[in-house]
Write a protein that binds this ligand. Structure first.
Ligand code: DGL
Length: 278
């Protein structure tokens, strides 16, 4: 009998976890946030793979997870395939493809993510695999993860505007005519391609509106619970092994005041427990 493991580099995956536990409350969950080593975004693919491997091993071996969700786009982009190969008898799912499936319904899509996710080109690749006619524009948003980890909402606003501004200029226009704000080619959807970003969803909505970029926000906390439900329906051999005591455990590799406050805000009485991965 087994639990569902959810992994992120820090606290970002907690937003997805909150949504999953609300939609599928009967199962037992273990969240692991590698808060000691966050952010993963600026790190090399090899280091993201090494860190992810340690977390995945911990969740399978020490926590007896029957299924792990990498609720981290950087890990999904850089390490998911490798982990699936290294743990062939285990189930490991990512969060990137479900968001790409949603994005593929639009003609022009903006994606923001960590430097690593953007450099991997995973979002454009996965979106175009589903619909090759989608135009995908990417922009890294490196400051948002540290700001989310620090619980700094207000300070994030100017950065959000700065990271969204390039999407204003992604229009079809004559060469050399320079950037044209609010042009006809503006994006129809914005993928929040990092699980930390939904923490600032409200700020994103306001920024999109004030910049006139427009577009639907594609946020993984609104997508993953349904995808997981569907996955478990299609895989009864996994579903029937899951324990059902409505337990949620939160593990972190560094316990700070901000993490304690954020887990209290989102999960009430559940206290983060300090663990070591090495
Ligand atoms: N929340 C993670 C993501 O979705 C990682 C952010 C980071 O550690 O840089 O990409």
């Amino acid at each position: 009998m087994a639990k569902i493991g959810i992994f992120d580099s820090g606290i970002g995956g907690l937003v997805v976890t909150k949504a999953i536990t609300k939609a599928l409350p009967k199962y037992d969950y273990v969240y692991l946030g590698d808060t000691q080593r966050v952010p993963y975004g600026p790190r090399s693919a090899k280091v993201v793979q090494d860190f992810t491997r340690e977390a995945v091993k911990y969740l399978f071996e020490k926590e007896n997870c029957g299924l792990i969700i990498l609720a981290c786009n950087t890990a999904s982009a850089r390490a998911l395939r490798k982990m699936q190969k290294e743990f062939p008898s285990k189930k490991i799912l990512g969060v990137l493809i479900p968001a790409a499936e949603d994005a593929a319904k639009f003609k022009k899509v903006g994606v923001i993510g960590t430097a690593g996710t953007v450099a991997s080109n995973s979002f454009p690749r996965e979106i175009k695999k589903i619909n090759k006619y989608v135009k995908v524009f990417q922009n890294p948003a490196p400051m948002l993860v540290p700001l989310a980890e620090a619980g700094e909402r207000k300070a994030a606003i100017p950065f959000i505007k700065q990271y969204l501004a390039p999407f204003l200029y992604k229009s079809r226009r004559p060469k050399g005519s320079g950037p044209r704000p609010n042009a006809s080619g503006k994006i129809e959807a914005l993928v929040l391609g990092c699980t930390h970003y939904p923490i600032f969803k409200r700020e994103f909505e306001l920024a999109l509106r004030s910049l006139g970029v427009g577009g639907k926000i594609i946020s993984q906390d609104e997508i993953i619970p349904e995808k997981l439900k569907d996955y478990l329906k299609r895989h009864p051999e996994i579903e029937k092994k899951l324990t059902r005591n409505k337990n949620v455990k939160i593990l972190v590799t560094d316990k700070t005041k901000t993490i304690e406050k954020l887990t209290r805000d989102w999960f009430g009485k559940i206290k983060p427990k300090l663990i070591s991965l090495s």
